[in-house]
Design a binder for this molecule. Sequence first.
Ligand code: AMP
Length: 424
Amino acid sequence: MHVLVIGSGGREHALCWGVARSSLATRLSCCPGNGGIANLAECVDISVEDFDDIVAHCHRETVDFVIVGPEVPLVGGLVDRLEQEGILAFGPNRRAAILEGSKVFTKALCRKHNIPTAAYGVFQDIDEARAYIQDRGAPIVVKADGLAAGKGAIVCETTEEALSAAENVLGGQFGDAGKEIVVEQFMVGEEASFFALCDGRNALPLATAQDHKAVFDDDKGPNTGGMGAYSPAPVMTEEMRQKTMERIILPTMRAMEQDGRSFKGVLYAGLMITDRGPQLIEYNVRFGDPECQVLLARWQSDPLAALIAAAKGQLAGYEVTWSERAAITVVMAAKGYPGEYAKGSEIRGVEAAEAVIGVSVLHAGTVRDGDRLLANGGRVLGVTAQGADIREARDRAYQGVDAIDWPDGFYRRDIGWRALDRDN
Ligand code: AMP
């Protein structure tokens, strides 16, 4: 079959990597792809938001199955559009993607169905938001309702910070995405990412993973899209996985189905593991990036077959098998990220990195210029390694990173520290 992947990041490179090893795929294309994806797929220069051109490409090239990577086209209704055209697609439709598209919707769903999450209030009016913040005090978290490219959650250590965050967001910092805000209690615990493959009714938990959001070592500095990830995540014990399914994922699936919003695709719960068990921080309606990279590294059965089963509503009794080995991704980013950074610097040594046993370099923001590979984004490479355990995977990943010659890049040196600390 001809498979099309939508997106251009490390997540989409990992998805292409998974599809390319499936015997079901005879042809693979990607809109728009990147400099690494180009080694596996035909990259077609169509934006993820240009639904007309994507549909035209599908018809012209007889695409059989579309995997939508990023949230923007999902929340915008790309899957609805593809289904109207009779094209099978992996991902939630617009009504189901609201779990990521509106934090107000998700919090209300949690409240109605007793799904554990932080106590909160919803505000459109700044005076009411101020009164709530003054009453609750800090630390407290202010969130824009809609999509804000991962920047819409502001963790505030003081009341003053929270007041100014509420003013900024309601004042238009994120445009319409901040017309309403959620103000919620700060939760204490360890974070984990939980992924379930869903077919509208059934939910199949995937392997566990944890990412590192802060930009610098020791979890210092501002939050990013993710500076690294590893799988498995020791904090997600079997007991925690079961509680997460029973208290969070399955009630959400039932509630969505009852509401005529059956969820198909991958449901990604951002969790805080507290002393009262797992609490939902937020939902995303797609694979995490860079968690997708470590999941695909450990995915042993055919990943494409599983995504097709989810899209067709055939996950009852389905099984995915995972490698016993651990995986780590170390993200290499352009200096300045997540603030301003330059594009266009040359990267050398990717082949040398991939010569290290167990290492694959997944591209997040690169472009080819003849024989040269150039940086073309904030997060640029995800050096991904497998090993017998987290320690070996970590050592190999950093051997790979050290082989890359890119003076304009930087990375964290401590990816996986929580898992390694537990071992010690
Ligand atoms: P979100 O975009 O909602 O995932 O939030 C981004 C990050 O902010 C999360 O990964 C957490 O580190 C932090 N965060 C969000 N909400 C809370 C909360 N209620 N308590 C503590 N940390 C939070």
